[in-house]
Design a protein around this ligand. Structure first.
Ligand code: FAD
Length: 855
C-alpha cells in the first residue's frame, strides 16, 4: 500500500493547482484521475461549440504572474481545445503529471480512526493511505443519468455532450435529434445545424440566452490587467462573483422607463454574464425588477426568430431570469430560422419513448441517424456521493447527505475528518468565476494543512454547531433571492429524487473569502483540531446575522456617520428625516390620510393607512419608534403600509409629544388619549367599532404596552391585541443583551442612555408607565405578539416581558427574529429577510379580530 500525506481526486483546474501548491509546501501528494489526461471539464466536454462563459481574461489561473505572462488567450471566450491546451501547458510547466495516476477512479475511502488516516481503494484495485483527502472532483463532472423510456433501444449513433468522442463527430448529411437546451445544447446546436441535413431540438424548458459577442479579448480589460495585474486580480478576488465589475446601485423598481431600457440594453450588449446579471442591483431579489430583464430578453428572442410560435416556445416563462445559469450563445436563436432546423416543445408534446429508429412524441414519430444528449449534470454533489466514502463510525457520506448536503464552508463536513471538498456545496462555486473560487479553496486548504503540521495536529473536523450555523447562513442567503423559485440544477431539481434545496452559497465571493479568512485567524473557529495528544476547539458560528442585515451594517460602517447621541436633538431629528427620504416607500395601500386628533395638550397629528379592500376594517393604533425623542406619525411609513397591506386593517399612526421638550409621562398621556379617541371614532375612520388593537416599535412598543395597562385599569376601550416589535419594557441596562449587542448594531447602549436621559428622570424610570415589566399585575392584558431581535440590546427585556405576560395568564406568542437587529425588521424592501417577521406580525393582527367575510 502506498502512503502519502495527501491524495487529491481529480486533475482539472482544482486538482492541478492543489497538487502544485502542496508540493511547494513539501507534502507528498498523489492525484487520482479517472480520465487518461489532465483537464477535467475541458477533457470531457469536447462537443462542438464548447467554450467558457466567463471571459478568459478572468477564467485563468492567477497564482503565478510568470504563467500569466507566458500564455495569451486568443479569444474573449476560448474554445474547449484551447482551454485544454492551457491545462496541458500548466501540467507540463510544473511537471505535474509525474504525481498523477490517470485512468484511475477513487472507488471508496474509509476513515481509520486509530491511525487518523484515510484508506482508499481505486478502480485499479490499488490501496492507498493518506492523512488528508481532497476531493477536486468538480461541480459539473457527473453527467445526469438519461431517464427517458426506450433510450437503450436506439440503433443509431448516440452522443453525450459531456462525454464527447476525442476524434469528433461528423454530422454531414445526417438527421440529428438533440435533447436538452441548457448551456451545452445552446452552444452546440448552431454548429451541429451547420453540418446536419436535419436537426430537431427537443426542449423541455427554454433557457435565457444572450449573444456572447465573441471575438478578441476586451482591449479595455487587457489594458487594465497590463497596467496593474496584481490590483486587477485582487479586485477579482474581492468582487461578488469573481470578476471585477462595477458595483451596481440602481434598482429596477426605482428606475424610470428610460433608464430601465438603457440599463437592459447596455447589459445585453456586453455579451457577458456579469453584464446581463448586473443591469439592476435588485434583479435577483425583486420579481418586478427581474421581469424587466426577462421581458427584455424575450423581446430580443421575438425579434430574431421569424416564426412566432417557435419564438414563443423559446421564451422562458417558468423561472425568473438568472435563477438558472443564463447562457451565452453564438447564433443560437438565428439557427431556428434555418429550414432544416425544428424545435419540439416537450411541454406541449412530451417524448413517449425512444425507439430503434428515433424518438416518438405524443403526436409524432421522428427518425434520426444520431441522437445527442445535452441533458446536464448531477451537479455539485454527484461526484462526491458517487464515491463510497465512510467517515467516523463507518457513516457514509451519501447517507449523511441523503436529505441534502450539509457542510461547514462548503469545504468540510462533520464526521469526516481531514476530508476537503474544493468548490463543495455551500460555497460560491458555480455562482462565481470558478477559477477564483478554486484558487481560494486550494490556498485555504493548503494553508490549513500547513498550520496543522506546524502546530503538531493530525486531524481537523468541523463541529456540529459550526456546520448547522453555516447551513443556516447558506439557506438565509438563498431565501432572500429569487433562486428558490426555479426548478434549476442549483436547486437539485434536474435530477429526479435529488433533495430540493439551494446548493451553492450566494453571499458573494468577497464575503465568503472574508469569512474563510476569519475562521483561520480565529484559531479555526468552528473546527476541532487534534493529534499528538492535544486538542483545540474554538467552537462557534461564523456568521449569524441575516445576510441583508450584515450588508446594511456594512454600508452604514462605510458611511462613517457620527453617533446619533453625539448630535444635538434637532440635528438627530433632521438626520432621521433626511435618511427616511431615501428609503423605498413600501407597498401601495388603498388610501393614506393625514389628519389630527385632540390630545391632552393640543392636537396630535396622525396618518391613517386604509387597505384597498372594501371596509369597514379593524383598526390598529400604531406608535412609532425613536426613543421617545425622534420620529413622527410618518417616520415608520413603510412598516405601517406593510402591516396595513398584509393584515388588511386600518393602521392609524399617531404622533405624540417628544422629549426632551415634553418629558415622561407626556408621551404616555398622548398615547392613551389617542387610543381612546380612535376607539370612540372607529366608525368615522372607516373601522369596525369595537375592533381595535395596538402596535408599536421600540419606544412605540413601550407606549403600546403601557397603553394596554392603562385602558385595562380605566375600563376601556377594549383592546383586542397588542403587537410589540422590539419594545422597551424596562430601565435596567444590566441584561446580557445589552452586553452582547450594546455596541455594534445601530441601536447602541449609549444611544439608549441618551434616549432615557432625555425622556425620564432617574426617579421615574421604574414607574410601570415607562418600565411596564415592573407592573405589579400583568393579568387581564390583551393577547400579545412580542417580537425580539437577536442582535438587539433590548432583546432580553422584550423576552422577559413576554414571559411575564405568560406568567400572568395572558395569551402570548414570542417571536425571535433570528439574525436581526433592532432596526432591521421595519426596513421594508431593504432587509428582505424581515418580510417573514412582518408577515407574522400581520398574521397576529388579523388573528385578534373575527375573520372578515369578503364583500
Ligand atoms: C461546458 C462547461 C463550460 C463551463 N464553463 C465555465 C466557465 O466559463 N466559467 C466557470 O467559472 N466555470 C465553467 N464551468 C464549470 C467548470 O466545471 C469549472 O470552471 C472548472 O473547470 C472545474 O474544475 P475542477 O477541477 O473543479 O473540476 P473538473 O474540471 O470537473 O474536474 C474534476 C475531475 O475529477 C475527476 N473525477 C471525478 N470523480 C472522480 C473519482 N471518483 N476518481 C477519479 N477522478 C474523478 C473527473 O474525471 C474530472 O476530470 C463549465 C463547465 C462546463 C461543463
Amino acid at each position: 500500500m502506498s502512503n502519502v500525506d495527501v491524495v487529491v481526486v481529480g486533475a482539472g483546474f482544482a486538482g492541478l493547482y492543489q497538487l502544485h501548491r502542496l508540493r511547494e509546501l513539501g507534502f507528498s501528494t498523489t492525484v487520482l484521475e479517472d480520465a487518461d489526461d489532465v483537464g477535467g471539464t475541458w477533457y470531457w466536454n469536447r462537443y462542438p461549440g464548447a467554450r467558457c462563459d466567463v471571459p478568459t481574461t478572468d477564467y485563468t489561473y492567477s497564482f503565478d504572474p510568470d504563467l500569466e505572462r507566458d500564455w495569451t488567450w486568443s479569444e474573449k471566450y476560448a474554445t474547449q481545445p484551447e482551454i485544454l491546451r492551457y491545462l496541458q501547458f500548466v501540467a507540463d510547466r510544473y511537471d505535474l503529471r509525474r504525481d498523477i495516476q490517470f485512468s484511475t477512479r477513487l472507488e471508496s475511502a474509509a476513515w481509520d480512526e486509530a491511525a487518523s488516516r484515510w484508506l482508499l481503494n481505486t478502480s485499479r484495485g490499488e490501496e492507498l493511505s493518506c492523512r488528508y483527502l481532497i476531493m477536486a472532483t468538480g461541480c459539473l463532472s457527473v453527467p445526469k443519468h438519461v431517464d427517458i423510456k426506450g433510450a437503450e433501444r436506439f440503433r443509431g449513433e448516440v452522443y453525450f455532450t459531456s462525454r464527447w468522442p476525442h476524434e469528433g463527430v461528423d454530422f454531414t448529411g445526417k438527421r440529428v435529434g438533440l435533447i436538452g437546451t441548457g448551456s451545452s445544447g445552446i452552444q452546440s446546436i448552431p454548429l451541429i445545424a451547420g453540418q446536419a441535413s436535419e436537426l430537431t431540438v427537443f426542449q423541455r424548458t427554454p433557457n435565457f440566452s444572450i449573444p456572447a459577442r465573441n471575438g478578441p479579448a476586451s482591449s479595455e480589460r487587457l489594458a487594465q490587467i497590463s497596467k496593474d495585474r496584481t490590483a486587477y486580480r485582487e479586485a477579482g478576488r474581492w468582487s461578488r462573483g469573481g470578476v471585477p465589475v462595477e458595483v451596481v446601485e440602481i434598482t429596477g423598481v426605482a428606475a424610470s422607463e428610460e433608464v430601465r431600457r438603457e440599463r437592459f440594453e447596455a447589459g445585453y450588449q456586453t455579451g457577458e454574464l456579469f453584464g446581463i446579471l448586473g443591469c439592476f442591483a435588485d434583479q435577483l431579489f425583486n420579481p418586478v425588477s427581474n421581469e424587466i430583464v426577462a421581458e427584455g430578453i424575450r423581446n430580443k428572442i421575438r425579434s430574431i426568430v421569424v416564426d412566432p410560435a417557435t419564438a414563443e416556445a423559446l421564451c422562458p416563462r417558468d423561472h425568473p431570469f438568472g435563477t438558472k445559469r443564463p447562457c451565452l450563445d453564438s447564433n443560437y436563436y438565428e439557427t431556428y430560422n434555418l429550414p432544416h432546423v425544428r424545435l419540439v416543445d416537450l411541454r406541449k408534446e412530451p417524448i413517449t419513448t425512444i425507439t430503434e429508429s428515433g424518438i416518438d412524441t405524443a403526436s409524432e414519430s421522428f427518425t434520426f441517424d444520431v441522437i445527442v444528449y445535452a441533458t446536464g449534470f448531477d451537479a455539485m454533489v454527484g461526484a462526491l456521493v458517487g464515491v463510497d466514502i465512510a467517515g467516523r463510525h463507518g457513516q457514509k457520506l451519501r447517507d449523511k447527505w441523503a436529505d441534502g448536503p450539509s457542510t461547514y464552508l462548503g469545504l468540510t463536513t462533520v464526521g469526516f475528518p481531514n476530508l476537503f471538498t474544493i468548490t463543495g456545496p455551500g460555497s460560491p462555486s458555480v455562482l462565481s468565476n470558478m477559477l477564483v473560487s478554486i484558487e481560494q479553496h486550494v490556498e485555504w486548504i493548503a494553508g490549513c494543512l500547513a498550520d496543522l503540521r506546524d502546530q503538531g495536529f493530525e486531524a481537523i473536523e468541523p463541529t456540529p454547531t459550526a456546520e448547522a450555523g453555516w447551513n443556516q447562513h447558506v439557506a438565509d442567503c438563498g431565501n432572500i433571492t429569487l433562486y428558490p423559485r426555479a426548478n434549476s440544477w442549483y436547486m437539485g431539481a434536474n435530477v429526479p429524487g435529488k433533495p430540493r434545496l439551494f446548493y451553492p452559497y450566494i453571499g458573494g465571493v468577497d464575503t465568503y473569502r472574508a469569512i474563510c479568512d476569519e475562521v483561520r485567524t480565529k484559531a479555526y473557529l468552528g473546527f476541532r483540531l487534534d493529534g499528538n495528544g492535544k486538542e483545540q476547539c474554538n467552537d462557534g458560528v461564523v456568521f449569524r446575522l441575516q445576510p441583508d442585515v450584515a450588508l446594511v451594517l456594512q454600508v452604514m460602517a462605510a458611511l462613517d456617520l457620527p453617533p446619533l447621541e453625539s448630535l444635538p436633538v434637532d440635528e438627530a431629528r433632521a438626520f432621521l428625516v433626511a435618511s427616511s427620504a431615501e428609503r423605498p416607500p413600501g407597498p401601495d395601500v388603498g388610501e393614506i390620510v393625514d389628519r389630527a386628533l385632540p390630545g391632552p395638550a393640543g392636537d396630535l397629528r396622525y396618518r391613517l393607512y386604509r387597505p384597498p379592500s372594501a371596509g369597514p376594517h379593524p383598526v390598529v393604533a400604531y406608535f412609532h419608534g425613536g426613543g421617545w425623542v425622534l420620529g413622527s406619525e410618518e417616520s415608520d411609513d413603510p412598516l405601517c403600509r406593510d402591516l396595513c397591506a398584509r393584515a388588511d386593517v386600518i393602521v392609524v399612526s399617531v404622533n405624540y409629544r417628544h422629549a426632551p421638550e415634553a418629558r415622561f409621562p407626556a408621551a404616555v398621556d398622548d398615547a392613551l388619549a389617542a387610543v381612546r379617541w380612535i376607539g370612540a371614532h372607529a366608525e368615522e375612520l372607516g373601522g369596525v367599532p369595537g375592533q381595535l388593537a395596538v402596535a408599536g416599535w421600540s419606544a412605540g412598543g413601550n407606549l403600546a404596552a403601557v397603553t394596554c395597562h392603562q385602558v385595562r385599569d380605566a375600563g376601556g376601550p377594549h383592546i383586542a391585541g397588542q403587537v410589540l416589535l422590539c419594545p422597551v419594557t424596562d430601565c435596567d441596562f444590566g441584561r446580557s443583551s445589552y452586553r452582547e449587542n450594546g455596541e455594534d448594531y445601530v441601536l447602541t447602549a449609549a444611544l439608549m442612555r441618551w434616549f432615557w436621559d432625555h425622556y425620564a428622570d432617574p426617579a421615574d424610570r421604574t414607574d410601570p408607565k415607562v418600565s411596564p415589566l415592573r407592573a405589579p399585575d400583568l393579568s387581564g392584558l390583551p393577547p400579545a405578539l412580542v417580537v425580539t431581535a437577536e442582535f438587539d440590546p433590548l432583546r432580553d427585556e422584550g423576552v422577559a416581558y413576554g414571559e411575564a405576560l405568560v406568567a400572568a395568564g395572558v395569551p402570548v406568542r414570542q417571536l425571535s427574529a433570528r439574525g436581526h437587529i433592532h432596526t432591521s425588521v421595519p426596513m421594508v424592501d431593504v432587509v428582505l429577510s424581515g418580510a417573514p417577521v412582518r408577515a407574522e406580525m400581520a398574521e397576529a393582527l388579523r388573528g385578534f379580530f373575527p375573520a372578515r367575510v369578503p364583500t
